[in-house]
Write a protein that binds this ligand. Structure first.
Ligand code: ZN
Ligand code: ZN
Length: 99
């Protein structure tokens, strides 16, 4: 029997989550099962709204917030945050572990 595949994806390439209006990919679900950004909930109203017209990531790069490692921007990066008005997007590469 296969084990839950989602669990093996945590920390590496998360299942594709929608980009929320706060700029982050959704990182959890509310009690109704709608995607939410856990980092911004209660702080920024966009944390509960899916960005229906997300910015293009073509040619963008994302920088790890801790070590500065740069990769090509994509929504499947952990803790990805689109920052279209900035030079680089942000994500977390896993350099400090996943706890
Ligand atoms: Zn957010
Ligand atoms: Zn890093």
């Amino acid at each position: 029997m296969e084990l839950g595949i989602n669990e093996t994806l945590i920390g590496t390439e998360a299942p594709l989550m929608p980009l929320m209006k706060c700029g982050h990919t959704a990182s959890g679900k509310d009690s109704q099962g709608s995607p939410v950004c856990v980092a911004c909930i209660g702080i920024y109203p966009g944390a509960r709204q899916i960005d229906e017209n997300p910015p293009s990531l073509t040619g963008r790069s994302a920088k790890c917030v801790y070590c500065g490692k740069k990769v090509t921007s994509k929504l499947s990066l952990a803790y990805f945050q689109s920052r279209i008005n900035q030079e680089e997007d942000r994500y977390y590469c896993g350099c400090k572990g996943w706890d």
